[in-house]
Design a protein around this ligand. Structure first.
Ligand code: SAH
Length: 228
């Protein structure tokens, strides 16, 4: 993409994210996202995470198809979920639903290491190759059913589920560190869902908070079967 046009689109997208943050603040309690989150949204090249024919739309604030009936999330939602997780350089993060690898790349700008789980083998392979090519060497993509989390690397300071699920898989709750957070779109895949944040305090107690109605593609695998 031509450099100056790309810069203008990035700038416009950041402005859109900032204004949507203000407009949704009565739900989210976050009128302004952290500067580090906005910088990650500016610097991760979203157009490298979609097919060439969608490149021109990559800096619009909307979800885009990535094949296999899956989508790369809307940038505002990526920014919001990242801001809620508030990754720090010493944090270990788990993502369920790698998709294109875009959300993982944004998290990896801020966190120590990101483990990302993807159930569709070709998406997992493509995302890992793309992340490596772009220099995100602190992301490891595993082709696995995210229902079970990734116990080998637990506990996680932050867990993000990027597919709709009626309930949070219990293994993911078990893999939250004390002081950790989990964010997930909860609800029926065929309806809108509620973005929910779960916090585990230093004593281990859990609290839930509803953030915003959202629409995600469904979580497959064990989680889908468990809810039938
Ligand atoms: N975070 C992605 C978009 C997620 S779309 C991005 O930034 O591009 C949801 C993804 O979750 C899809 O790629 C889908 O294949 C994957 N998925 C669905 N069920 C899953 C499961 N049980 N375990 C791991 N990945 C899953």
């Amino acid at each position: 993409m031509e450099v100056s046009r790309c810069c203008q689109r990035r700038h416009r997208l950041l402005q859109t994210i900032a204004s949507e943050a203000r407009e949704t603040a009565s739900f989210t309690g976050r009128p302004v996202f952290a500067p580090e989150v906005m910088e990650a949204m500016r610097s991760v090249p979203r157009h490298c995470f979609v097919d060439p024919e969608l490149e021109a739309a990559a800096w619009d604030n909307r979800p885009l198809a990535i094949g296999h009936g899956q989508t790369i999330s809307q940038p505002f939602i990526v920014a919001l979920m990242t801001d809620v997780l508030a990754p720090e350089p010493h944090h270990r993060i788990l993502e369920v639903g790698t998709g294109s690898g875009y959300q993982a790349a944004v998290l990896a700008q801020l966190a120590g290491h990101v483990h990302s789980l993807e159930i569709i083998p070709s998406l997992a392979e493509a995302a890992q190759a793309r992340l490596h090519r772009l220099g995100h060497d602190n992301v490891t993509v595993h082709c696995a059913d995210g229902y079970h989390g990734w116990p080998e690397a637990a506990p996680f300071d932050g867990i993000i589920i990027t597919a709709a699920t009626p309930t949070i898989p219990p293994p993911l709750i078990d893999q939250m560190a004390r002081g950790g957070r989990l964010i997930a779109p909860l609800g029926s895949p065929w309806d809108s869902q509620m973005l929910v944040v779960v916090t585990r305090d230093e004593q281990g107690a859990l609290t839930h908070r509803n953030l915003l109605p959202v629409a995600f593609v469904p979580l497959r695998g064990e989680g889908e079967r468990a809810s039938e």
